[in-house]
Write a protein that binds this ligand. Structure first.
Ligand SMILES: Cc1cc2nc3c(=O)[nH]c(=O)nc-3n(C[C@H](O)[C@H](O)[C@H](O)COP(=O)(O)O)c2cc1C
Length: 170
């Protein structure tokens, strides 16, 4: 597990190689195994490989999402606000499980934050995506995980041990 955690890093540049269908199914299987408060599973996951839709999603917010246009897959993570008051926590756990599984499958990924972000001056990034994907109003978009094979030559920075100053042992 530590090997996986040390070697994972956000990947924002992808090759043109499509992701094999069985890997997409593994990602979906993994995300559905995420724990959730009271096991309410307050989420919807939308797996997108359609290039036109990926491009449209890449403009969900003005900064920090454009690389989605070059990704082979997006997993849109939406929280069901009617099913749980802690859907943010549940969806965040699902998001990181998606990223770790992607890394384990040899894929690169990056979290694109949409909750609390605006598409433009008038509509939120979440509203933009819900409109685009015809999602129900009681869903809120937490984030999108962009996934693809890392572009050749992507510099991999092996993480070094983190400082322990944020840890207290009692
Ligand atoms: C809650 C959260 C929101 C993030 N939002 C974005 C984002 O909108 N766009 C982006 O390019 N990266 C985003 N990231 C990726 C972080 O920038 C990245 O995880 C961080 O710099 C640490 O780098 P590493 O993932 O390579 O360890 C986000 C990460 C988290 C956990």
């Amino acid at each position: 597990m530590l090997d996986l955690l040390y070697s994972r890093q956000s990947i924002r540049k992808y090759s043109d190689q499509p992701i094999e269908a069985d890997k997409i199914e593994t990602l979906i299987e993994a995300v559905l195994l995420s724990p959730s408060s009271k096991n309410r599973q307050p989420w919807k996951f939308i797996a997108v490989t359609d290039k036109t839709v990926l491009k449209q999603l890449s403009t969900a917010k003005p900064n920090g999402a454009s690389f989605l246009a070059e990704a082979a897959l997006a997993i849109v993570i939406a929280g069901d606000t009617e099913k749980s008051d802690v859907w943010v926590e549940d969806c965040s756990i699902a998001a990181i499980i998606t990223q770790l599984t992607a890394h384990d499958l040899g894929l690169g990924s990056c979290w694109i934050q949409l909750r609390e972000r605006m598409h433009n001056e008038t509509i939120s990034a979440s509203e933009y995506v819900k409109d685009l994907l015809h999602l129900q109003n009681h869903l809120e978009i937490e984030c999108i995980i962009a996934i693809g094979y890392p572009k050749e030559g992507t510099k991999l920075n092996l993480k070094t041990k983190r400082t322990t100053e944020n840890v207290t042992r009692i």
